[in-house]
Design a protein. Sequence first.
Length: 583
Amino acid sequence: MSRYLKIAALAAAAVLLALLAAAVYFGATVNPNDYKGDLVRLMQQQHQRTLAIGGDITLRLYPRIGAEFGKVSLSEQNSATEFASADGMTISVALLPLLRNRIEIDRIEVRGARMRLVRSANGSVNTRDLTAARTAQNEAGGLARGGASMRFAIDSLRIDNAHLLIDDRKAGRTLQVNHLNIESGAVARGVPGKLALSGNVSMNKPAISTALTLQSAFMLDPARHRIAFTDVEANFDIANKATRIAAKGRVDIDVDVDEFAADLQGTLNDAIFDLKAGRRAGAYRLALNIDKLDLGRYREQPALVAAGSASSAAPPDLSVLAGVRASGSIHVGALTVGSINANNVRAVLRADGVKFALEPTAADLYGGSAAGSLAFDLTPGAASPRLTLVQNLKGVQVGPLLHAVLGRDTIDGKGKLMLDVQTEVGTMQHMREVLGGRAALRLTDGSVTGIDLTGMITGADKAAGSSPPGARTGFAQLDASFSIANGVAHNEDLRASTALLTVEGAGDIDLGREQLDYHLRCTVASTGIGVPVNLSGPWSAISWQVAGATLSRAALEKLARDKLKASIRSLIKRRDSLRKPAS
């Protein structure tokens, strides 16, 4: 055994000496600057781009044979504008292929790279010529000098402190990646590689800033301009939003036609999601399943629907949806939007570039169910997007729902609520002021906050006043329908019943100014007496006026007794008339 080990050791030493001799010979006979002009010419001939290599190329023999460059820059196609540059770059070549008169890139190291990718308004990209299909000669060699050929395959790649700008003029969006660091394995056709990446990413529409780390296996298919990423592990830490995303899965990218397909599973903070997404023929597809989601957590301002201070919050930025064509499905186990909570939310996504809609939608909320649609009209040139909301709610406790929407107690009860409204997207205050459409409700066993009709009629010593804090009118049933224009809901058919009263009425509710103006006729059930009541003023302090003399409780009791006596007398007379013999 020792003999064989000795032979193996001697053979290894011989190979090592041969490689060392080859390296010394290469260093003594090859001048890397001889290739400088060829590189510049090749780039100009094939891509009409100017390659500038500052200073001499320095040959390195250790730890790899290769060349070290100073500042390098590459222009835009047919332009002197800089497309990419680097403060320094080292390219190493494999030694054994040199013995066969072939140059193969072993490793590339780039320091301080800067690159600017531009998609113009017509959709063309300033890298198209670099990613376009090459001839078989280019793929096999492409650059030759003195009989030597070069194969454009990279065994490993390292990029330190790079800066990338993506200027998407078609979408009006910019994305920057700063302090980008990349370490990869083989970058060659059909050869599996490994990738590790980190950087800081920021975008203007929507405004977002995140630290990104990613690890993945990948494989290139240059002939079809595709990259397949497998065993993806990505982490996003979004600044100012307390948001962390971790995902695993697979992503396939077609660079040439700007298409991709992703199958990812992961976590969004403490929520678990499964996402299948892609882009093909300019349209996105999406299938998202997530166990819980709080939309207000992921933006600096409150969401579209929120309580209290949301009325003055900045409007949401929907520019990211403009021009999007998409389809798909969304399921959220528990959804929070502002102060609204819903469970088992299902929606079908439909977008044609102008209309972005979740249609149909369904959810369980506040003890009942809701079904309908939510759509945004993003017509180009419009002053602001328009929102259309259609919802039919059944068996819902409307008290907590309306409190979540309006930030105050208004009407409580259980039953049906129908909404078909439109508004302009803006602040909550603006959305209320320009709201239009129609609504209807039918509620049982509830109450109206801010007024006490029974107290006004039966216990008042005066004909007018303001409702005290905590005033409330309970009802057994309440029905009403509304037509809404410019934020004012007009009603003509209010019907309600309480333990003492039946109520009919008509009036206006100003949603923008949070005021009402109502005219009611309250009928005392035991007497049949109708009492007109006018309500007006802000929701927080409603003023009332009984049109006519107020009725004290004693007076109502007397009227009730008189009515009862009259009824008894009527029954006695009827009985007596039946007992009289026929004449």
